[in-house]
Design a protein around this ligand. Structure first.
Ligand SMILES: Nc1nc2c(ncn2[C@@H]2O[C@H](COP(=O)(O)OP(=O)(O)OP(=O)(O)O)[C@@H](O)[C@H]2O)c(=O)[nH]1
Length: 534
């Protein structure tokens, strides 16, 4: 059963429509009004993090090279003894690391290994396409009911439930474990951890990431190093926004009970973080409504602010499926749109990689034929993720013809996910609309039973400027969501809130780096925690 990186859990037989959200409904942050409760929660999270760390470490030890060593060691009792000693010393080392971290918050390092990345350079040429099409079939969406959750009434009960769950899953006392020698012929269970990240350390980032996963109801033994690495990267990426703006926000909120003057200061800060006028108005109104009822103590104000932000980010999901995952055993076509330079090609490469890792049969259609280099770039990404690319070698080929060929190839190969790179230049709004509409008509005609989604790639570093371009695309393409790229190193992370507020589109994926692993499905809980969590 492969780990499905779109859902961030192991595959099940249920259809996407029947599934629960990939990231369960965000839980309310702990009410830390009582010091003892806060300490209990910290201890629980620490146990969780330790258990997750040990579990990852154990999986790493089962990597093929270690298995071979284990097989050799199995020949004599000496090998078993060595393995036992190794396990004992590693358990001690972890305890020491935890102690140091708790006392000094000093980052510590652990043993690492380098990931191996399969490379393939397979390419195929395409034939000329023919026929074109009739009508656009409007895509049917199944609206879903989303219940509103009363915040204050539930906070304490939910905190208790969360702590109980953590107690049930966390390992109380890490016992030194004897490593069982394994034979070289043993089948490796596919896990999400076969690639080892270079920064595997029980440091402050690991602890924070484990806490975020724990708060979403995850079990320590299911947590993969890649998820930890991703969360650390996301938090690091949003660091500029957090430091520039959000820390000030927290200090205003932390000065005392939230009042009218503080709300005015918050308004100015949100605008500076590129949250946008509409989204800022919404947040301020929600805060004002709350303080009319009662002044909020600092911790409660932060918790309430987080809830407002999460609700805003999740609001577009009221009209569509909360998860965004290709359906197995069926052709899914994802059209990737966006202006040049937004990160379309890179996003396609990263999505292809996620699809491949998650067990989908994937194909890429290079329909951005306006710029020859764009096709070459897609091919490089295809090779990196070991996914075939359908391209037309001719100059100024009709993008619709490439899409036609790509669909034919996908149907012939039983492809489950076809990713289509589309042109993004905006020399003329009418041309753009015509081209995107033509592509869509071909898709609807040639693959009428496929599940079609259209994703807009937006560069977060452009802030509000990017949004103006997005509005043009929102009119031209029947968009199902947004991919927000370049969240690493921007001080404009607040633009995510403006995107959902102004476009009323859900964010489906976020990119926080140029590497193949630097894109993941969006989770409002993780985003808000990375933005203003401690
Ligand atoms: N830092 C960072 N850079 C990114 C990210 N995503 C893409 N990039 C970089 O942005 C630049 C443009 O990305 P592309 O994928 O080529 O953008 P595009 O929209 O396909 O642009 P064209 O190829 O011109 O159509 C490249 O240098 C990427 O490496 C990200 O999440 N973080």
């Amino acid at each position: 059963m492969p780990f499905n990186w779109f859902r961030r859990k192991h595959d099940e037989s249920s259809t996407p429509q029947e599934e629960q959200p990939a990231t369960p409904a965000p839980e309310q942050p702990a009410d830390v009004s009582q010091e003892q409760s806060a300490q209990d929660a910290a201890v629980d999270y620490l146990s969780f993090a330790k258990a997750a760390y040990k579990s990852i470490q154990e999986r790493q030890q089962q990597a093929p090279e270690k298995r071979a060593e284990g097989a050799e060691g199995a020949e004599g009792a000496e090998g078993a003894e060595e393995a036992a000693e190794l396990a004992e010393s590693e358990a001690e080392a972890l305890d020491t690391q935890v102690e140091r971290l708790v006392k000094t918050e000093e980052p510590v390092t652990a043993e690492t290994a380098t990931p191996a990345e399969p490379i393939s350079t397979e390419e195929i040429a395409t034939t000329e396409a023919s026929a074109i099409v009739e009508e656009i079939t409007p895509e049917a969406t199944a609206p879903e009911e989303t219940a509103s959750v009363p915040f204050w009434a539930k906070a304490e009960a939910e905190r208790q439930a969360r702590l109980e769950r953590l107690k049930a899953t966390a390992i109380e006392e890490p016992e030194p474990e004897v490593l069982q020698p394994v034979t070289a012929t043993e089948v490796t269970t596919p896990t999400a951890d076969t690639d080892l990240a270079p920064d595997f350390a029980f440091d402050e980032g690991f602890l924070w990431s484990a806490e975020v996963l724990a708060a979403q109801g995850r079990r320590p033994e299911d947590i993969s190093l890649e998820e930890i690495t991703w969360l650390k990267k996301l938090r690091q990426g949003l660091g500029k926004t957090r430091r520039n703006i959000v820390n000030q926000l927290k200090s205003i909120v932390g000065q005392g009970p939230l009042n009218q003057a503080a709300v005015m200061e918050i308004e100015a800060l949100l605008l500076q973080a590129d949250v946008g006028v509409e989204a800022t108005d919404y947040i301020i109104e929600a805060l004002q409504n709350q303080i009319k009822q009662a002044a909020l103590p600092p911790d409660a104000a932060i918790a309430y602010l987080k809830k407002i932000l999460r609700d805003m980010l999740d609001r577009p999901l009221q009209n569509c499926s909360p998860i965004f995952v290709p359906e197995k055993d069926r052709l899914n076509i994802w059209l990737i749109t966006g202006v040049n330079g937004a990160g379309k090609t890179t996003t396609i490469g990263k999505l292809a990689h996620i699809a491949q890792k998650s067990g989908y049969n994937c194909l890429i259609g290079a329909a951005d034929t306006f710029r020859a280099a764009a096709v070459e770039q897609v091919k490089v990404w295809g090779a990196r993720s070991n996914v075939e690319v359908i391209a037309n070698p001719g100059k100024n080929t009709d993008p619709a013809a490439v899409v036609f060929d790509a669909i034919a190839a996908a149907q012939a190969r039983n492809t489950e996910l076809l990713l289509v790179d589309t042109a993004g230049r905006l020399q003329n709004k009418k041309n753009l609309m015509d081209e995107l509409s033509k592509i869509r008509r071909i898709v609807d005609k040639k693959a009428s039973d496929a599940r079609v989604e259209s994703l807009l790639v937006l560069d977060a570093t452009l802030g509000q400027n990017g949004l103006r371009q997005a509005e043009v695309f929102a009119q031209a393409a029947q968009l199902s969501g947004v991919v927000l790229t370049k969240l690493d190193g921007t001080a404009k992370g607040g633009v995510a809130l403006a995107v959902v507020q102004q476009l009323n589109l859900p964010i489906r994926f976020i990119g926080a780096g140029e590497g193949i692993e630097d894109l993941r499905p969006f989770s409002s809980y993780e985003f808000v925690e990375a933005l203003i969590g401690t």
